[in-house]
Design a protein around this ligand. Structure first.
Ligand code: CAA
Length: 294
């Protein structure tokens, strides 16, 4: 039986995007947040995205309505009890994730597959909170989820190969391009991306170039859609700092060590676009201005 009922836990930036693409692909989705306000906020952003697709002509009004009809928000974990697959996209904190998966493990039938959208926490360690390490894996989407084609599918040494291939097929059903990878912190993308982003901050610290020139160089010199400092603001400096620390803990290699400027910006709360400032000031979001950081 193909996967039909999907639970998504967390309806923030990633969770809402995941819920949207899964519902658009024809599955029934129950998305859970911890408060009514957060459920409403997440569903509102999905609604906005669907409406934008209708306006652009890439979704008909009928398809939008069908997608809406397959999507339900809740604050109750109980409503995920009869799902075929649960995708977790909550805060990047191991204790919170383990607690959630332990509760889901008691609630869901043995056949339900558990997946985490974590970008850096060990999938194997999360699986230890459950009695189903064979039906547990990583499913890592990229921001913005409705746009980015890639999904990393992450196996642990305990993941059943059949379950792994089933989820590779599921990612294809979502219209995504899956890549197969193993449970090594950072997987493929962040293993390569994080040292690059940290190096861009080091280049700025050393005065190699200004914020704008570093970004311009990688956009125009390498054809990247965003320069590294713009991308850092987009991903979130706090998120990058967290991932870098987890990777440094795992590998003990200087290339993953967060540079002092990143740490200080996170301490100051300059976490990027969502905070209104990071390497750029977003007072006018259409026209970000580089910050004076020295
Ligand atoms: N939600 C839905 N759709 C969105 C969107 C969003 N948040 N943001 C942009 N779009 C859509 C637009 O509607 C537009 O669609 P059409 O082409 O159909 O009109 C399309 O994306 C392009 O958008 P724009 O023209 O507004 O702007 P752009 O060309 O600069 O593209 C971008 C925006 C797609 C974000 C592009 O700049 C980009 O690819 N940036 C790099 C993003 C990236 O690297 N993401 C990965 C981050 S790392 C990560 O997520 C993992 C981790 O673990 C940290």
């Amino acid at each position: 039986m193909p996967i039909d009922k999907v639970g998504v836990v967390g309806c923030g930036l990633m969770g809402s995007g995941i819920a949207q693409v899964v519902a658009q692909a024809g599955c029934h989705v129950v998305v859970r947040e911890v408060s009514d306000e957060l459920v409403a906020k997440g569903l509102k952003s999905i609604e906005k995205n669907l409406q934008r697709l209708v306006e652009k002509g890439s979704l008909t009004e009928a398809q939008r309505d069908q997608t809406r009809g397959r999507l339900r928000g809740t604050t109750s974990l109980d409503e995920l009890r009869d799902t075929d697959l649960v995708i977790e996209a909550i805060i990047e904190q191991l204790p919170a994730k383990k607690e959630l998966f332990a509760a889901l493990d008691k609630l869901c039938p043995k056949a339900t597959i558990f997946a985490s959208n974590t970008s850096s926490i060990s999938i194997t360690e999360m699986a230890t909170a459950t009695q189903r390490p064979d039906r547990f894996l990583g499913l890592h989407f990229f921001n913005p989820v409705p746009v980015m084609k890639l999904v990393e599918v992450i196996r642990t040494i305990t993941t059943d190969p059949k379950v792994f291939e089933e989820i590779v097929g599921f990612a294809e059903r979502l219209g995504k391009t899956p890549v197969r990878t193993s449970d090594r912190t950072g997987f493929i993308v962040n293993r390569l991306l994080v040292p690059y982003l940290l190096d861009a901050i080091r280049a700025l610290e050393e005065g190699v170039g200004s914020i704008e020139d570093i970004d311009k160089s990688m956009k125009l010199g390498c054809g990247h859609p965003m320069g590294p400092l713009t991308l850092l603001d987009f991903v979130g400096l706090d998120t990058t700092y967290y991932i870098a620390n987890v990777m440094f803990d795992e590998f003990r290699e200087p290339r993953f060590a967060p540079p002092p400027l990143l740490k200080r910006m996170v301490l100051a709360g300059w976490n990027g676009r969502k905070a209104g400032r990071g390497f750029y000031d977003y007072t006018d979001p259409q026209n970000p201005r580089p910050m004076q950081l020295k």
